[in-house]
Design a protein around this ligand. Structure first.
Ligand SMILES: Cc1ncc(COP(=O)(O)O)c(C=O)c1O
Length: 380
């Protein structure tokens, strides 16, 4: 397996792949079924099972998947969707793609997840859905979100782009909302390069999403293969091309085989970081509320108000010492397309300005984690 053994160069993020993924892609190519075939069906089956959900629908990425769900729910112009601003901007963009208006809720300062009380304050007669985010892999307070959705008759779409294999009081993410959408992008724990997975218990919705991802075609390629030549498909509604390939599905199946290993490696690195930061005077390790299981897709630390350096200065110092970092999760409402909404989100802004992400991936060695810690202590 080609992992990073050297302590000299530290990757910020890196897919954990090897011969099994290469062989899986090769086998898919050799089989002749490179899209809409048996590997996709198997990947969807195993993904749904891991989430404790009845159905999974593979799509080209999280963004196209979430858009399809909003479209299937007929969310559009005049409708509002409640969403945290502190998220990768795709979460917010997709609401606009559907023609609806994002309404931003603030977050909990310790978990970085949506604040249920503020989400409730943002509900109006136009609200149609709530889209919480499981921030960088940490499950949101989904029970509070469900209670709000039920009380106000709203759809609940869990943005679990980063949270595959995380769990909330023993219940896997993917089994807790009307619909959960995952990303399989290169920085995620399980990756197919690009890709996404929609997970739901709603059989009718899952069937419709499969039709919509494939230009509205009534029968899949797989179903048509081997059918009588005079059985023609129909196109009952306008669909999209949001397909994922069987080459990607093959790679995804190989990634599923090492999922538990990857989770253990990331947990080990996170525990090492947390132990090394326990007494740090101004760098605070992430908080995981009791009962939540984090997949450690990313590792985000916060600078306390006493920090003698700004977040950006810390990032620059670490970069000069050979430790790559990224800023913490962005505040989407500050970007030009959303600035006109004039959202007031003090916690979101404070968190966006004082957090950074440390190197985190399944191949991060103990020596590399120790090097990162050494440099964080050198700042003191
Ligand atoms: C919270 C969140 N939502 C949505 C996305 C978009 O995922 P994709 O790139 O698969 O469309 C990401 C990607 O990083 C994300 O972090």
């Amino acid at each position: 397996m080609d992992t990073q053994a050297s302590s000299e160069t530290i990757a910020f993020s890196r897919p954990y792949m090897g011969d099994a993924e290469a062989q899986a892609a090769y086998d898919a190519v050799q089989s002749g079924w490179i899209v809409g075939g048996p590997r996709l069906a198997e990947f969807e089956r195993r993904f749904a099972a891991r989430c404790g959900a009845a159905h999974a629908v593979g799509v080209s990425n999280w963004t196209t998947g979430a858009f399809l769900v909003l479209h299937a729910w007929s969310i559009g112009p005049g409708d509002e969707v409640i969403v945290p601003s502190l998220t990768f901007i795709a979460t917010v963009n997709v609401i606009r793609h559907a023609g609806a208006t994002p309404v931003f809720a603030d977050i909990d300062e310790r978990t970085f997840n949506i604040d249920p009380a503020d989400a409730e304050r943002k509900i109006t007669a136009r609200t149609k859905a709530i889209m919480p985010v499981d921030q960088i892999g940490l499950p949101c307070d989904i029970d509070a979100m469900r209670a709000l959705a039920s009380a106000h008759g709203l759809h609940l779409l869990d943005d679990a782009a980063c949270a595959f294999a995380s769990a909330n009081r023993g219940r896997p993410v993917g089994s807790l909302a009307d619909v959960t959408v995952f990303s399989l992008h290169a920085r995620k724990v399980v990756t197919t390069g690009e890709g996404g997975m929609i997970v739901t218990d709603d059989a009718e919705l899952a069937g419709r999403l499969k039709v919509l991802r494939h230009q509205g075609m009534s029968a899949s390629d797989f179903a048509r293969h081997g059918a009588r030549p005079t059985e023609f498909e129909t196109y009952p509604e306008i669909g999209y091309n949001f397909r994922i390939t069987d080459i990607q599905a093959g790679v995804g199946l190989a990634q599923m085989d090492r999922l538990d290993e990857m989770l253990a490696l990331r947990r080990g690195a996170a525990e090492r970081y947390a132990a090394g930061l326990a007494d740090h005077p101004f760098v605070r390790a992430p908080f995981v509320p009791p009962g939540l299981e984090h997949n450690w897709q990313s590792y985000q630390v916060a600078l306390t108000p006493e920090a003698p350096l700004s977040r950006n200065a810390v990032m620059d110092r670490l970069y000069d010492a050979g430790v790559p970092t990224r800023r913490g999760v962005m505040a989407s409402h500050r970007e030009p397309p959303y600035a006109g909404l004039h959202a007031v989100l003090p916690v979101t802004e404070r968190v966006a300005d004082t957090t950074l992400q440390l190197p985190m991936h399944s191949g991060l060695s103990a020596q590399q984690a120790d090097r990162v810690l050494e440099e964080l202590w050198r700042l003191v």
